[in-house]
Design a protein around this ligand. Structure first.
Ligand code: DAH
Length: 333
């Protein structure tokens, strides 16, 4: 009996496929199997031995059954794993490693300025680059024949439409859309002037317009936010200086200078933007009552910021897609 049991357990241990395992079961436990053959001896036995012999055979049968079940589970799992491995479907394309891109320095400057103003509750607005004379000039208080139009000559598509000379028309569009409700927006985008390209001029460049209209806005709000912005962009040690200036769409108007230190240590002021309190005519043309609402506005040159921040010697570097230039701005922001 013990020999049969050990033989069965040994075979079960060594087997590694389900068919052979079933054959082992048949060999030992089926009606004609080795264990059943043992049972047949019972009837010829002395009744005094029969009981304990029967019990022992049963016990052995249970042990063999148990070993068979355990081995079956193991083999079934292996079979399933093999099947899954064979049926595995690889849906991946062959890997093509593309070099990771990065943002153009001008976009990096815009994102940085946007971050600052979004944090102050401003939203970002956009307007068309092909603009009407009406929005580009009239709504900005530059009526036909106004002498200040001469400073912003542009590319006309027809007598009424031109490539916008500044982002200021987005002010008028946003105010009309706001329908008299307070608003705080910045509008980044491309603008165009009829200029000959040289290290400091380009016929196309970028601006960020800002506009805040509400009940009790005053000049100190404008000054405060511009100072904070200068520190955000250029560093906490900056100061700003406001100089009286003239824009038809603001009154009073200022040019805003930011403090810099030259490489020889001399402190200097450099002009970075124009700003002012929104002109009453601009408010009323956009359906705001100038006796109730006031606003401040500003216009920043994006290239100017980038040039000063990254010490760039020629504005044209921004536009010619020279990777040796652009690669220097990988991961700056
Ligand atoms: N639009 C002006 C320009 O292109 C910049 C500017 C100045 C915008 C003062 C403003 C402002 O909103 O208040 O030269």
């Amino acid at each position: 009996m013990e020999k049969i049991k050990l033989e069965a357990l040994k075979q079960i241990d060594l087997v590694n496929d389900l068919v052979s395992l079933e054959n082992i079961r048949i060999a030992f436990l089926s009606k004609k199997g080795a264990v059943s053959e043992l049972m047949k001896q019972l009837k010829d036995m002395d009744p005094s031995e029969r009981k304990s012999f029967g019990e022992q055979v049963n016990q052995m049968k249970l042990e063999i059954e148990d070993a068979l079940i355990q081995k079956k589970v193991v083999l079934e799992n292996i079979a399933l794993e093999n099947k899954l491995k064979q049926e595995k479907l690889d849906i991946h394309l062959d890997q093509v490693v593309l070099p990771k891109g990065y943002l153009h320095p001008l976009i990096q400057v815009i994102r940085d300025v946007e971050d600052f103003f979004i944090g102050k509750g401003f939203s970002v607005a956009e307007g068309p680059e092909l603009e009407t004379d009406h929005f580009n000039f009239e709504m900005m208080n530059l009526s036909k024949g106004h002498p200040a139009r001469a400073m912003q000559d542009s590319f006309y598509v027809d007598p009424e439409r031109l490539l916008r000379t500044h982002t200021s028309p987005v002010q008028a569009r946003a105010m009309l859309e706001a329908g008299g409700q307070d608003l705080a927006i910045i509008c980044p985008g491309k603008v165009y002037r009829r200029d000959d390209d040289d290290p400091t001029h380009s016929h196309q460049f970028m601006q960020i317009e800002g506009l805040f209209v509400s009940d009790d806005v005053n000049f100190s709000h404008l000054k405060g936010i511009l100072l904070e912005m200068a520190k955000h962009i250029f560093g906490p040690e900056r100061h700003i200086r406001l100089r009286p200036s003239y824009f038809p769409f603001t009154e009073p108007s200022v040019e805003v200078d930011v403090s810099f230190v030259k490489s020889d240590g001399t402190p200097i002021w450099i002009e970075v933007l124009g700003a002012g309190m929104v002109h009453p005519n601009v408010l009323s043309m956009a359906n705001f009552d100038p006796n109730q609402k006031r606003g401040f506005a500003f216009g920043i040159g994006v290239e100017r910021i980038a040039i000063l921040k990254y010490f760039i010697d020629d504005i044209r570097h921004f536009y010619v897609n020279d990777k040796r230039f652009l690669d220097q701005f990988k991961g700056v922001l």
